[in-house]
Write a protein that binds this ligand. Structure first.
Ligand SMILES: Cc1cc2nc3c(=O)[nH]c(=O)nc-3n(C[C@H](O)[C@H](O)[C@H](O)COP(=O)(O)OP(=O)(O)OC[C@H]3O[C@@H](n4cnc5c(N)ncnc54)[C@H](O)[C@@H]3O)c2cc1C
Length: 222
């Protein structure tokens, strides 16, 4: 999987901080934001839950080579826009499949055999004149695609909380961690405490991870 940042709101930290200052300033002319002020305002609004100011900041990502298993989870996040490669219009090839590391390690032969069989039936269906939109019903969920995702910073914080947690499935987690790295490189203040809930306080899970300290350190360094 490859995650790239296609576009983002210029000066994301400052844009959100400016929006917050407008709420509390009698005149916009008096708003003068240096880095320190931007940091203080954003920390305050994020802590107090005044998260609507983060909606002025957007990020657009391209995710290539992600399985349908993972994109199905991704598109459950409703406050976002998506454009995904269509298997109605593009043909599935042998290179199009994501292999989970556990299968790569222990059962690659079995996996490959099944994919080859499925692809064989797919090709035969197409040979019989069946449209790709119907032939694809035979294809396993491991099939990969490319998807463009646009989310605002408010939704991204929520998405990162759920999907960078070790409880999340490995592929969507890998994708979320890459997205967080890219977003944080452009908006280090908005995303300074982004990551699973345990980065900001207590883990809400019934059985928290044993290595919470390492997880916190990982996201701090990101
Ligand atoms: C570890 C994990 C396991 C999961 N397992 C399952 C599973 O077994 N089965 C399953 O079906 N799903 C599962 N999900 C998906 C999960 O239930 C959510 O659908 C998904 O994470 C999208 O998150 P969301 O609904 O919080 O928010 P988003 O769609 O990202 O929306 C963001 C926020 O906007 C608000 N919002 C959005 N739409 C509405 C609305 N219509 N009404 C009110 N408020 C709204 C909510 O506050 C929401 O939190 C799982 C998710 C995770 C992280």
């Amino acid at each position: 999987m490859k995650v790239s940042l296609l576009e983002y709101t210029p000066n994301p930290d400052k844009t959100a901080a400016f929006a917050a200052r407008v709420c509390y300033s009698s005149s916009v002319e008096n708003i003068n934001l240096d880095r320190e002020k931007t940091r203080n305002i954003l920390r305050r609004v994020i802590k107090s839950g005044h998260h609507s100011v983060l909606e002025h900041v957007n990020f657009t990502f391209l995710i290539e080579g992600i399985s349908r298993v993972a994109t199905h989870q991704l598109v459950r996040h409703r406050i976002a826009s998506y454009s995904q490669q269509s298997h109605r219009y593009t043909k599935i090839t042998r290179e199009s499949f994501v292999v989970p590391p556990s299968i790569e390690e222990k059962a690659k032969e079995l996996f490959d055999k099944y994919i080859d069989e499925a692809l064989g039936v797919y090709e035969r269906l197409i040979g019989l004149g069946i449209k790709k939109e119907d032939a694809r019903f035979i294809i396993p969920q491991a099939v990969s695609s490319n998807i463009v995702v646009t989310m605002n910073a408010r939704e991204l914080l929520h998405f990162f909380t759920l999907r960078t947690c070790v409880r999340a499935q490995w592929e969507i987690r890998q994708c979320a961690v890459e997205m967080l790295k890219l977003a944080k490189s452009k908006a280090p203040i908005i995303f300074e405490n982004a990551g699973p809930a345990c980065v900001r306080g207590r883990c809400p899970e019934e059985h928290p991870c044993e290595n919470i300290r390492e997880i916190r350190e990982f996201f701090k360094q990101l």
